[in-house]
Design a protein around this ligand. Structure first.
Ligand SMILES: Nc1ncnc2c1ncn2[C@@H]1O[C@H](COP(=O)(O)OP(=O)(O)OP(=O)(O)O)[C@@H](O)[C@H]1O
Ligand SMILES: [Mg+2]
Length: 502
């Protein structure tokens, strides 16, 4: 394609001896949105890291507007007009939102000083375009995962990019924020900006992309206009086989209440939240970003100050004591796997057994039994098809989706009675999602009570028989049976009926 803005030709990349990309050729037209899809570990992020100067290829060429370029570092790609919103956050937690947006390209006053006012004003403008209310002076460390994602997007839009790469930008966003992001993408596309959109949400790919490229095991296996594809067709080309039904049949809930929350409040986050979760049940907790869902989970786990009552299997927990919550049999998968979920510098096996270390010690306080740890890791790798060179590999070298699977294994390793999972399939491919849903169903069938916090309505509807909806720190309603629909959830979550305006 001659009018391509960017073209990658025969790109090859290996890490040590493992070939991750095999002669990939792809063109990206001006004002075109390309969907890049494939299983976890297929090589999507690696390919885009090459185009944005984070990695250098072993061989192959990069052409920008027909001219060959060599990107040795991210600044080279940036100078050529390429911006990337990375899959894993890349923000400085101690700096403010505005400082992060302009990091390395701070506006200066005429006297040459940092122009703080201009920085804040421009950051506010960008945030408003994305339709979110975030204070430009807020520290990054105080933001939720979704808010951090939005700051990453602003950071990429803050300079005049010609090509914007979005690596799974919507995994932590709710439908309302996704709609604002898509509106913004359409607006910048109309101005001629090209985009690469990586996602495991095939419905979104259908909606926003002009063309779709499919990677499998480092090879480009298919490329077609979106109109020539269906989500099912994309899924089967990604995994190389037909996938049957994604959501397994639910088993009936039992009578025994395993988790009871009464009048739970946490200053500044939520107040007066109550719910009951039964053995064998998968209860959904829905709401917009910032509604307080994650904070409720953190309070139950003793990770944030709270008042009220949390009863697990009949015994009341003393609040603010994470060890007590774990000892009472509550397993937890946090939404922010980098922030509090896993340790990226540790190996796959070490992470999985992190929450249940005493169970792997030889005798009381003894050294860790590495063989048992390895056996456990092998079990989880088989169960979730975790793609890693070995269980000794450091987590930071795994693809995003595979890190998520390790993080889920960690929350399951102590064999909990109550399991709280916050965005469990974030960044996971369709095949592995199906495995995770099956596993959650099997756990429920064994009598474990599961609280599923998810922004993906399809997942909530597919998995939950009952859903509690939160808005602005309060539980505003509960839906089950015929009332449990996408519209029903959105109405409670936003307080707005479809067709009405805010
Ligand atoms: N720095 C690295 N060192 C070693 N191996 C790596 C490194 N970066 C990536 N890999 C490996 O390359 C393969 C492709 O990873 P990549 O992150 O590109 O996958 P992906 O398609 O983006 O997957 P996901 O959907 O899970 O994000 C994986 O097997 C991963 O473990
Ligand atoms: Mg990736």
């Amino acid at each position: 394609m001659d009018d391509a803005f960017a073209r990658l030709e025969n790109i090859e990349k290996s890490f040590s001896t493992v070939a991750v990309l095999k002669k990939v050729t792809i063109g990206i037209g001006r004002g075109e949105i390309i969907g890049l899809i494939g299983e976890n570990g297929a090589g999507k992020s690696t390919l885009m890291k090459i185009l944005s100067g984070i990695h250098e290829p072993n061989s192959g060429r990069i052409l920008i507007e027909g001219r060959e370029r060599r990107f040795r570092r991210p600044a080279d790609a940036k100078a050529a007009g390429i911006a990337i919103v990375p899959q894993e956050f890349n923000l400085c937690p101690q700096l403010s939102v505005a400082e992060n947006v302009f990091l390395g390209a701070e506006p200066l006053t005429r006297a040459g000083f940092l122009d703080g006012a201009a920085m804040r004003a421009r950051a506010s403008e960008l945030l408003a375009e994305l339709g979110v209310r975030i204070d430009p002076d807020e520290r990054i460390s105080r933001l939720s995962a979704a808010q951090k994602q939005i700051v990453e997007i602003c950071k990429a839009l803050a300079f005049d990019a010609r090509l914007l790469i979005l690596d799974e930008p919507t995994t932590v966003l709710t439908p309302v924020e996704i709609a604002s992001l898509f509106a913004l993408m359409r607006a910048v596309k109309a101005k001629g900006m090209s985009m690469v959109y990586i996602s495991h949400k095939l419905g979104e790919v259908m909606e926003i992309c002009d063309r779709v490229a499919i990677l499998r095991d480092g090879e480009l296996v298919h490329e077609a206009p979106t109109s020539a594809l269906s989500p099912a067709g994309m899924a089967s080309r990604m995994v190389g086989r037909e996938l049957s039904e994604i959501y397994p049949e639910p088993a009936p809930a039992r009578d025994e209440v395993l988790l009871k929350i009464e009048g739970l409040s946490s200053p500044g986050a939520f107040s007066g939240v109550g719910l009951e979760l039964r053995a064998g049940e998968v209860l959904g907790l829905a709401g917009l970003v910032g509604a307080g869902r994650t904070e409720v989970a953190e309070a139950v786990m003793g990770l944030r100050p709270a008042t009220g009552r949390v009863v697990v299997g009949g015994a009341e927990l003393r609040l603010g004591r994470p060890r007590e919550a774990i000892a009472a049999g509550v397993g937890y998968l946090s939404e922010d796997r980098q922030g509090s979920g896993v340790l990226v510098a540790f190996s796959v096996a070490e992470n999985e057994t992190l929450a249940s270390l005493p169970a792997y010690a030889r005798g009381l306080f003894g050294p860790i039994d590495r063989r048992r740890e390895r056996e456990a890791a092998e079990k989880w790798a088989r169960l979730f098809s975790i793609k890693a060179a070995s269980s000794e590999q450091r987590l930071e070298h795994l693809s995003g989706g595979n890190q998520q699977k390790v993080s889920l294994a960690k929350s399951l390793d102590p064999a909990p009675r109550v399991l709280i999972v916050d965005e469990p399939t974030r960044g996971v491919d369709v095949g592995a999602k199906r495995e995770i849903y099956r596993l959650l169903r099997d756990l429920a069938a064994e009598g474990i009570a599961i609280l599923l916090i998810s922004s993906e309505l399809e997942e909530v509807l597919g998995m939950c028989g009952r859903v509690v909806v939160m808005r602005e720190g309060r539980s505003v309603g509960e839906l089950a049976g015929a009332e449990l629909t996408e519209e029903g959830i959105m109405f409670l979550a936003t307080g707005i009926k479809e067709g009405e305006s805010a």
